[in-house]
Write a protein that binds this ligand. Structure first.
Ligand SMILES: O=C(O)c1ccccc1N[C@@H]1O[C@H](COP(=O)(O)O)[C@@H](O)[C@H]1O
Length: 218
């Protein structure tokens, strides 16, 4: 397992509006997710993704979320958004994830019996593994999975997601000690519409967990 961070990184996903990008940055997000999966209610076109990514200040990372996209679709996104990190949330094979020479996160759909350690081995070139609940439609379902399913020795940075919100993320960070957390539904007022207050509370709740971890170590 990667050494627990002093500052848990925060990704807020499924942004579709300029004002939500600005509010996410203000709240303290380290990364924002742009859903390039046409079947998602949070889907944005590549043109919109480019416009939203252009608003980001230095050191806030745009992440493009794909579900079983073609190589050409991913390539066009990489060309249009120079610093795009890729998040593969479908049934992509390792070769498809690696083909673009970009850092990538591979989403794992957590359910009893799922062999996470084997999955991480298969995607050894991933920058990290993103743990989501197993839901219909691949993700973004706002469902929490049983965090006790996560082995203590995952040999890749863990991004905890799946049903996180301002009320449960402190517990999530304290229990799982992930490298980062990722949220979508839990900070929305409607699908694809983010709530600025909820994003701020979410980030504060992560910092609360970080402070408790630091206090316990000191
Ligand atoms: O957001 C979506 O619509 C989506 C669609 C298909 C795959 C993944 C999707 N979102 C990602 O799912 C996880 C969990 O989201 P939530 O917080 O439970 O709503 C997160 O990584 C989103 O980026």
């Amino acid at each position: 397992m990667t050494v627990p961070p002093q500052r848990t990184r925060i990704k807020i996903c499924g942004l579709t509006r300029e004002e939500d990008v600005d509010a996410a940055v203000q709240a303290g997000a380290d990364a924002i997710g742009l859903v390039l999966y046409p079947k998602s209610p949070r889907h944005v076109s590549l043109e919109r993704a480019v416009a939203l990514a252009r608003r980001l200040p230095p050191f806030v990372t745009p992440v493009g979320l794909f579900v079983n996209a073609t190589a050409d679709e991913v390539r066009r996104a990489c060309e249009a958004i120079p610093h795009l990190v890729l998040q593969f949330h479908g049934d992509e094979a390792p070769e498809a994830c690696e083909a673009h020479g970009r850092p990538y996160l591979r989403a794992a759909r957590m359910a009893p019996g799922f062999d996470l350690l084997h999955f991480v081995q298969r995607f050894a070139t991933a920058q990290g593994v993103l743990l989501d609940a197993h839901v219909e439609g691949y993700g973004g379902g706002g469902k929490v999975f049983d965090w006790s399913l996560i082995p203590s020795d995952v040999p890749s940075p863990v991004v905890l997601s799946g049903g996180l919100n301002p009320a449960n993320v402190t517990d999530g960070v304290l229990q799982v000690r992930p490298w980062a957390v990722d949220v979508s539904s839990g900070v929305e007022s409607a699908k694809g519409i983010k709530d600025a207050v909820a994003m701020r509370r979410f980030c504060e709740a992560v910092r609360e967990a970080d402070a408790r971890i630091a206090a316990a170590i000191a």
